[in-house]
Design a protein around this ligand. Structure first.
Ligand code: FNR
Length: 205
């Protein structure tokens, strides 16, 4: 069982990557959690390069998506929309459209920004784009505004309400995976929320 986490930001100290790491603490141990770090290597989409075999970075990205049972994307907001590198990667993943690796894949979208609204516009854009690929976008979100004030120096998420929302996102996403152990959303919710409060106690200590 694998959850692929994709940060739309390339920078090392990214708040969106930290938000994914906070989600990792909530995911049950039976689930492998992989943060995708190959986004920067993906070339600009060119239909002439979209042949078999695909460019290696694209093939690796498509394989990672194909092997994942669910996907969690955290996106920054750049000028009210998704960063170009994230849109570019999704464009590659979306081809060929009828059989693309995102089709029917459960995907959750969350986001962080240093502004007040927590990348709500870019999250909406990303859900629209993912919908066009045929991904199963789940109805749950986290919009972490003022993100530069919301993490400890160790990268712990300090905002309790955001941690609760993150737990709901994880529960909603995993309930959409084919794994029978995640089908009971109530039991799963208990487990994930417990992980959230343990993380919260560690932060508070
Ligand atoms: C931004 N930022 C930003 N924030 C926001 O709330 N709305 C916006 O439209 C934009 N636009 C924007 C454009 C560009 C080119 C940059 C570089 C930044 C600020 C953004 O939220 C901030 O840099 C986040 O920290 C980016 O996320 P990571 O890299 O921390 O994950």
């Amino acid at each position: 069982m694998k959850l692929l986490a994709i940060s739309g930001s390339l920078r090392r100290d990214s708040h969106n990557t930290k938000l994914l790491r906070a989600a990792e603490e909530l995911v049950p141990a039976v689930m492998e959690f992989q943060v995708w770090d190959g986004l920067k290597a993906i070339p600009p989409y060119d239909e002439e390069d979209d042949i078999d075999p695909a460019p290696p970075a694209v093939a690796a990205f498509r394989n990672a998506i194909a092997e994942a049972d669910a996907i969690l994307i955290s996106t920054p907001e750049y000028n009210s929309s998704i960063p170009g590198q994230l849109k570019n990667a999704i464009d590659w993943a979306s081809r060929p459209l009828a059989t693309n690796v995102l089709r029917n894949k459960p995907v959750a979208v969350i986001g962080a920004s240093t502004g007040a609204f927590g990348a709500v516009w870019s999250q909406a854009e990303l859900r629209k784009v993912l919908g066009a690929t045929g991904a199963r976008v789940v109805d749950a979100d986290v919009a972490l505004g003022h993100a530069h004030t919301k993490f400890s120096e160790d990268g712990e998420l300090l905002d309790e309400a955001a941690r609760d929302q993150l737990a709901e996102v994880v529960v909603t996403l995993l309930a959409e995976t084919p794994a029978p152990q995640f089908a009971n959303a109530n039991l799963l919710g208990e487990q994930v929320r417990k992980a959230g409060s343990i993380a919260g106690n560690v932060v508070a200590a």
